[in-house]
Write a new protein. Structure first.
Length: 757
């Protein structure tokens, strides 16, 4: 069977040959059982560095949840179901397309007081680190945004004017998260953020109200270059507090100076914790695992931090202790009218990648909050979230005739010095047309044992030795392949007695991502392998049935290191992390490849000329990228007996999976629903079969019916048309194994799976 990231098989090949191009994509989901729990949003894509804000996405008066993940710059929207005192959200991926492209950090705030959230977000332009703004509005009761014009400075970003100088941008690093709130209590939104050299927090005052403009403008000045009078050294988790309201603290020991113009990274949030009218500050630092709370003993206009708590929330049984660089957020999660507290990692590399949202419920009041630990995995506990860098494969490895889901995990955070790679098996416990998955093995085939030597595991399934069962290839960081030869035989649960590294000395460089397919139609399984550089390697099978042989010296064939001259990156980048899938049509094939930037690239090739440059195919994946993010790795399957759609499952850098419906079109018309293609009433017998298979139409047959029979590697081994009710397939000489019959005529179509014994 042909599958690395996937093709469920033959279903897909047949559908594409009959109906042509793909028309549209839309996110979907399947039921997933994880340890007896049915996940609420299993295919939401995972979370690594989430940032949280409130918004009303659908204009129903309820505060929904906006989650922006720095890893892959992904927006996720969760609709609030409005039950007071409870946490009840529905994942709504359709709202993500309403948001503009965002990068590094994004916070939703209502700056003009119209009740609609606006976006404050990071903008990088060359050496410029700045803040851009989008104005929110509703279109057909769905949130939408337009870029807000920040007057008086190029790049349309927030700026201020030093005395006697030209305007400059308000500096906010892409590694930081600022706070955007009404700091001084005058009704408009100010900004506090760390200075470019670090150590000190700057207060940018919004002068809109003072100028008589109301709240619909953003006019800033640097009002305080050392807001709160404290200093953060980054060398100790404690802050250095000043002894004077009029002097900024200096770093200790005296030999330690500012960070030489380099700011390592800090996260900021202000909140009135003691109901005295001024705002305290919560800080996370890239060097530490805790959240600091500094108490404001001054006023709204003149902040002065005079005490600190280094293990916030100190009243909780489990204060924040997160590897590494936590960020603080405040929002009402459980609909009780009180702000709850969330801490989430803000470091893209080397930080926690599963327990990424520590939720503390406010068990005090809205004016005097008290935070009690609730859970470490808010939202992600209801997702498939396996760590970082997922590579799915689809195929029947349990021998029940249903397509299972295997996920390669690049790495999972255990500690800053310990990362685990592994394979995870989700058994299909549903039906052929309505799959449902159950987490069966979190360390399938014990691939975790290889974590000390490699990672970025990318599985592929295919019948390499033509014995009717699925063998397993696994790509990895070093560019070579693991091989696990299946000894079970057709139609039986897989049996892999041994796992061998360095299959046939194949080495494509770094980050091998294999796919198994008979690309040259000689009935032998070939290899198509992606890699870090973004090219795709083609290794033709020069062996025989039962004895596959691949030339590990890719230079022996022209363009074998660069199949179709494909590149999965955009200049000026030089790496692409290709993750290919091959779709076979009657007269041509199409290669779709995931990539480092998240785009799914598509190219069309000719069987007769495998070494020419492939032309870019119609962009059938433009709507696949939202929700997936960087390091996309696609898998294809129909999970259906009908011709109107198939499924795409994508891995990503966030350690989760996203799933998509893909509708097909015939003669330019989209087939919109499953009911639009009728199921032909027929029976196939005997099944299992030995010498012949009878296909019988039960209703009045049309003048002509068409039949194709596929083996597990996607090759058509029989193609015919017939008239009348019965068609007999002589199976003498056909290798034993699982096959797929596809029948179609003017009344509809059907699919039947058969086993030859």
């Amino acid at each position: 069977m042909n599958i690395r990231h996937k093709i469920s098989t033959l279903n897909l090949f047949f559908l594409l040959q009959v109906f042509g191009a793909i028309a549209q994509f839309g996110q979907t989901s399947f039921p997933v059982n994880d340890g007896g729990r049915i996940l609420k949003y299993p295919f939401a894509g995972g979370m690594n560095c989430p940032q949280f804000s409130e918004l009303d996405a659908n204009n129903d008066g309820l505060k929904d949840l906006f989650v922006f993940d720095r890893v892959g710059a992904q927006v996720m929207i969760f609709i609030n179901n409005g039950n007071s005192g409870s946490t009840d959200y529905t994942y709504a991926p359709e709202f993500a397309k309403q948001f503009p492209p965002l990068l590094e950090w994004a916070l939703l705030r209502d700056f003009d007081g119209d009740g609609i959230m606006d976006i404050f977000a990071y903008l990088s332009s060359g050496a410029l680190d700045a803040v851009m703004v989008y104005k929110g509005y509703y279109r057909d009761n769905n949130i939408a945004f337009n870029r807000f014009h920040c007057s008086g400075y190029f790049e349309n970003v927030l700026s201020w004017q030093p005395p006697g100088q030209e305007k400059v941008n308000i500096y906010v690093s892409g590694q930081d998260i600022p706070d955007i709130n009404d700091i001084d209590g005058d009704g408009d939104l100010d900004i506090v953020t760390f200075a470019q050299g670090g150590g000190k927090v700057e207060f940018y005052k919004n002068n809109s109200v003072e100028k008589g403009w109301g709240r619909d403008s953003l006019s800033y000045s640097l009002a305080d270059g050392c807001w709160g009078r404290f200093y953060e050294t980054g060398l100790t988790k404690a802050l250095t507090l000043s002894t004077s309201k009029t002097e900024c603290a200096h770093p200790r020991p005296p030999a330690v100076a500012d960070r030489g113009g380099l700011h390592a990274g800090s996260t900021v949030l202000t909140y009135d914790m003691d109901n005295d009218g001024d705002r305290e500050i919560l800080l996370g630092d890239i060097s530490f695992k805790n959240i600091n709370l500094a108490n404001n003993g001054g006023s709204r206009q003149e902040a002065f931090m005079d005490a600190q708590v280094n293990n916030f929330p100190d009243e909780s049984a489990l204060p924040v202790d997160m590897d590494i660089f936590p960020a603080p957020f405040m929002l009402d999660i459980n609909n009780d009218g009180k702000k709850d507290f969330i801490a989430a990692p803000n470091a893209i590399n080397g930080s926690e990648d599963q327990n990424t949202a520590w939720l503390y419920e406010n068990t005090g009041s809205s004016l005097l909050p008290k935070f009690s630990y609730k859970q470490k995995n808010f939202l992600s506990t209801d997702m498939i979230d396996l760590g970082s860098y997922t590579y799915p494969a689809i195929g029947d490895v349990t021998g029940d005739g249903l397509q299972d889901l295997i996920v390669g995990v690049g790495n999972r955070f255990v500690s800053p010095t310990n990362q685990e790679a592994r394979l995870v098996l989700y058994k299909n416990v549903g039906t052929e047309s309505n799959p449902a998955f159950e987490l069966t093995d979190d360390n399938w085939l014990n691939f975790k044992q290889f974590s000390n030597s490699t990672y970025y595991l990318a599985p592929a399934l295919g019948d390499l030795d033509s014995d009717g069962d699925l063998d397993l290839l696994v790509g990895e960081y070093n560019g070579q392949l693991f091989i696990a030869q299946n000894q079970a035989g057709p139609g039986k649960p897989s049996s892999f007695p041994a796992i061998i590294y360095g299959y046939q000395n194949i080495d494509v460089g770094l980050h091998s991502a294999p796919f198994v397919t008979d690309l040259n139609n000689d009935s032998l399984s070939d290899l198509v392998i992606g890699e870090r550089n973004g090219n795709i390697n083609y290794l033709q099978n020069k062996g025989t049935t039962g004895n596959p042989q691949f030339d590990s010296n890719l230079k022996n064939l022209p363009n074998s290191e660069n199949l179709g001259k494909i590149r999965t990156y955009e200049v000026p980048n030089i790496t692409g992390h290709s993750a290919p899938v091959v779709l076979k049509f009657k007269n041509y094939f199409q290669i779709l490849s995931g990539s480092e930037n998240g785009k799914i690239y598509s190219f069309r090739g000719n069987y007769a000329d495998l070494y020419s440059e492939f032309s870019p195919a119609e962009d059938i994946t433009a709507n696949l990228t939202p929700g997936t993010g960087i390091f996309s790795a696609p898998a294809f399957s129909t999970f259906s007996n009908t011709a109107d759609f198939f499924k795409v499952i994508c891995g990503n850098a966030r350690g989760g999976l996203t799933a998509y419906n893909v509708n097909l079109k015939s003669n330019g018309e989209t087939i919109g629903t499953q009911a639009s293609v009728a199921e032909i009433n027929c029976i196939v017998f005997p099944n299992p079969a030995s010498n012949e298979v009878v296909l019988r139409l039960n209703d009045n047959p049309p003048e002509t019916s068409n039949l194709e029979m596929y083996n597990q590697t996607g090759n058509v081994i029989l193609r015919n048309n017939f008239s009348g009710s019965d068609f007999i397939i002589d199976t003498h000489g056909i290798p034993r194994g699982i096959y797929l019959l596809r029948l179609w005529n003017e009344t509809g179509m059907t699919t039947r799976k058969i086993l030859l014994k």
